[in-house]
Design a protein around this ligand. Structure first.
Ligand SMILES: Cc1ncc(COP(=O)(O)O)c(C=O)c1O
Length: 512
């Protein structure tokens, strides 16, 4: 390929707020290529030059280039020159007639009220990461995937498939594979303090689906939902999409502050994460649990107990699930195998008050029928043969070790910059920033150093009392955690000194 000038023929626009810098650069370059500012065969500037020109870190530029290369917009290798591709993916994907048709179609489709609300609800939440990027410090939404015993899972799955019956191949009950429902009921009764029979257990595609189902089946437009503040954005999106009104309720050291909630209008449903509050990590006290249940029983309010992440407890006394104390059929309990095993499995469970089982089964029957049955049967074997319990035990030890690496290096490197509270459970923690540090800037500076932290305000409604960031400690090993801490210390130094200001929060705007 003939060498062409390697400077950009125009200036990049300023990054907009809340967008990672690599993403901004990728989008600017992609738009320039599609608009013809950068023609086929044109050479992109060297990553080092571009980084210097726009005051970016080199890894930020390299990541943007890699993304463009992966999608076919550019060719060549870092180091030997990067060129705009001869044939662009958009040209391949959209022949002119198809583009015209697609435009017409897009204009004609009228979305339902639900779809329009869903668009708004999604705009206010964190988008799930669809593209896979290798794990790095401090990825918060991922377990240690490299530690999953895939060979063992493959053995269990192969055995199950070799012996599969025609009955299993034909499909099954909407509520899920009966032996798995029994195994889940046994596990929850013995390990989570849940009191249930297998008949109350429904196998679903993760807690997110449980939230979506509960929202559709139990909420009407304008119904109020109390939401922990800060809280899990996926729950907010599901409730908002059905038109419910979100009422943020503060979280204190005992969990959702019931007394603060009682000052608000009565809700139809309360969403809580008592085992390990998302994202602050607080465990709801027994006293608060009992008070919440008593109040819910008296007022006829449904409690959605999200038990995500609760298998991993490192200290403190485990308190039985709210569901286990429920005498008034007020609690819907939901948990997941995605964080314990692997996210792609998309299997989880709900424990329902008996009176709700049929309507949830009906909803399943008119949508997915049931989650993939062979996967359910494989998971059931994995649990019954003791592999699940062993895996949880092994991972608990590993995560406890990773947590102690994080705490130790944070003590050495981040003193005065970031304060990590006591972590009793879960796979992530909040880190409180020293006064005057912007979490958004800290996150951006950290991203430039290939470190992921999420500003706490992205999970909060309106103002938050204190700036913080959320850090995961499960996905990567001790070495990467140490690197993360060192880089974060530098990033916080930069953010504290206000080196540059490239925008702020995206999800503080979750507020009503
Ligand atoms: C608190 C909480 N609830 C629910 C979910 C979604 O769980 P699942 O993957 O089982 O749908 C998550 C995922 O991060 C979560 O953090």
């Amino acid at each position: 390929m003939a060498k062409k000038p390697s400077t950009l023929p125009w200036n990049l626009r300023e990054p907009s707020t809340g967008i990672a810098l690599y993403r901004w650069l990728y989008e600017e370059l992609r738009s320039a290529i599609l608009a013809g500012h950068l023609r086929s065969g044109a050479r992109l500037p060297a990553t080092r030059d571009l980084a210097a020109q726009y005051r970016l870190s080199r890894p930020t530029v390299v990541t943007a280039f890699e993304q463009l290369r992966a999608e076919g917009y550019v060719e060549g290798r870092v180091g030997s020159g990067t060129y705009v591709s001869k044939t662009l993916p958009d040209e391949l994907l959209h022949a002119p007639r198809a583009t015209a048709r697609a435009k017409v179609r897009r204009r004609q489709v009228r979305l339902s009220g639900y779809a329009r609300r869903l668009q708004l609800a999604r705009a206010g939440t964190l988008a799930p990461t669809l593209e896979y990027r290798p794990a790095r410090a401090f990825r918060a939404n991922q377990p240690a995937l490299d530690q999953f015993p895939t060979a063992l899972w493959a053995q269990v799955a192969a055995r199950r498939m070799r012996r599969v019956s025609t009955q299993l191949l034909a499909g099954g009950e909407a509520l899920g594979y009966r032996p798995l429902r029994e195994a889940v009921a046994d596990y929850l009764n013995s390990s989570r303090g849940v009191k249930c029979a297998a008949d109350q257990v429904v196998i679903i595609s993760g807690v997110q689906q449980a939230l979506d189902r509960a929202a559709h089946l139990l909420l009407d437009r304008e119904d109020r939902v109390w939401m922990e503040n800060p809280g899990y954005p996926g729950a907010v999106a599901a409730f908002r999409a059905v038109g419910a009104t979100i009422c943020p309720v503060a979280v204190d050291s005992e969990g959702l502050n019931l007394e603060a909630g009682k000052k608000l209008p009565k809700p139809r449903l309360v969403y809580v994460t008592p085992a390990h509050q998302f994202p602050l990590g607080v465990t709801m006290s027994l006293r608060r649990r009992l008070a919440l249940l008593e109040w819910a029983g008296k007022t006829g309010t449904i409690i959605f107990e999200d038990d995500y992440d609760s298998e991993y407890r490192y200290s403190g006394r485990p308190i039985p699930a709210l569901q286990g104390f429920d005498r008034s059929q007020s609690v819907i309990f939901a948990g997941s195998f995605t964080d314990v095993l692997f996210p792609a499995l998309r299997l989880g469970y709900m424990v329902l008050p008996s009176g709700l089982v049929d309507i949830f089964a009906a909803a399943e029957a008119v949508s997915t029928h049931h989650p993939p049955l062979i996967d359910q049967a494989t998971l059931c074997d994995f649990i019954r043969e003791g592999h699940f319990a062993r895996h949880v035990r092994r991972m608990r030890e590993l995560y406890a070790e990773r947590l102690s690496v994080l705490l130790k290096s944070a003590k050495e490197e981040l003193a005065g910059l970031l304060e990590i509270p006591v972590i009793e459970a879960g796979l992530r923690t909040v880190g409180w920033l020293k006064q005057g540090t912007s979490a958004e800037q800290a996150a951006q500076r950290a991203a430039e150093r290939c470190v992921e932290v999420v500003p706490l305000r992205r999970y909060a409604y309106g103002r938050i009392p204190r700036e913080g960031v959320v850090l995961g400690f499960a996905a990567v090993d001790g070495r990467e955690l140490k690197r993360g801490v060192e880089e974060l210390a530098r990033a916080l130094g930069d953010a504290g000194s206000g080196r540059t200001n490239r925008g702020n929060s995206g999800l503080g705007e979750m507020s009503e």
